[in-house]
Write a new protein. Structure first.
Length: 327
């Protein structure tokens, strides 16, 4: 089992974005010291939900500050950038880190990012498979050429070459199919519970998918008691989630689904490791048993204050990780 932290660079009210980014790197350093296996970095644009617009850049900084922990992107949004350029960045990080970097990619959403970066809603709606195939060609260690609907260019050799297999964020049956057809592992979000994750894994296998090293995201907070942890998470998370989720702006006039924030926070506290050390370990082990997933990335920023985030990381490492590794 591999346990990592999931760093969104969440901006709570009153925080300065540059400070949040600097603190995010310190959280990753603390995670390495606490014994976590990995740290995964999110990418968002034009919003307080997450103030890191380049997951690969933040991962590069964190790789330079650490020596053991794996770094991944969760995710680099493939619909708003050129897949070969992203392959080049991933190959650089692979070589410079001694193989500690994992590229996670996703389709993203129908957000204003598509307009700003000029890729358009079509890339989001129809172009993900083509983009992913070019990315895979770029990470094959050889040459790549574009001859599709969205990319047309002569054959080139990717320098530096690297053989890497990305992880694909899957929130829909269509994307599960794309990942399964290419034998790529899935990254499943923190908004769904064990039953939904198990169903997606089953669907993946039914579609011919061969990977078994899927990744599950969640929220993590350890306290003296489960009641205390749940109470504190319910008090703090809405301060970030409310304005953060409101920052999603559609690229066109399509309606934007709105979450009931209190209900969503209640769900997160119930299905993820939020509680005493024993409760956190039992929750992760139950999810692993129910889904077959053995890799977890845990959002640890739920308390809002950097000091408390680092304390949460250290306490989780000292109290929960030993329980998981002694199973």
């Amino acid at each position: 089992m591999r346990i990592g932290v999931f760093v969104i660079a969440a901006q709570f009210p009153g925080q300065e974005a540059g400070r949040v980014l600097a603190d995010a790197v310190e959280v990753i350093v603390a995670a390495e010291e606490a014994g976590f296996d990995d740290a995964w970095v999110a990418e968002h644009h034009f919003m307080s939900y997450g103030v890191c617009p380049s997951a690969t850049t933040l991962a590069a900084v964190a790789l330079g500050r650490t020596s053991r922990i794996g770094l991944g992107t969760a995710v680099s949004v493939l619909s708003t950038q050129h897949p070969v350029a992203l392959a080049e960045q991933a190959a650089m990080l692979h070589h410079l880190s001694g193989g500690r970097f994992t590229l996670g990619v996703g389709r993203g959403g129908p957000w204003v990012d598509l307009e700003v970066f000029g890729t358009g809603a079509e890339r989001f709606e129809r172009g993900f498979g083509e983009s992913l195939d070019l990315l895979l060609d770029g990470l094959s260690g050889g040459r790549v050429a574009g001859d599709g609907e969205f990319f047309r260019f002569r054959e080139v050799r990717v320098v530096p070459g690297a053989r890497m297999r990305p992880v694909v964020a899957c929130t829909s049956e269509a994307t599960v199919g794309v990942a399964a057809e290419r034998g790529l592992p899935m990254l499943l979000g923190m908004h769904i519970g064990d039953a939904e994750k198990a169903a997606l894994v089953k669907d993946y296998v039914a579609r011919g998918g061969t990977a078994t090293d899927h990744v599950a995201a969640g929220v993590a907070y350890v306290a003296d008691s489960t009641a205390e942890a749940v109470r504190e998470i319910k008090e703090s998370l809405p301060r970030w989630l409310g304005p953060g989720l409101a920052g999603y702006v559609p690229v066109d006039d399509r309606p934007r689904p709105m979450r009931n924030i209190p209900a969503y926070v209640d769900l997160l506290a119930r299905i993820h490791p939020v509680g005493s050390a024993e409760h956190c370990a039992e929750t992760i082990l139950r999810t692993a048993a129910n889904t077959g997933i053995e890799r977890f990335i845990l959002l640890v920023e739920g308390l809002g204050e950097h000091r408390r985030t680092v304390e949460n990381v250290r306490r989780f490492g000292a109290e929960v990780l030993p329980l998981l590794r002694a199973r």
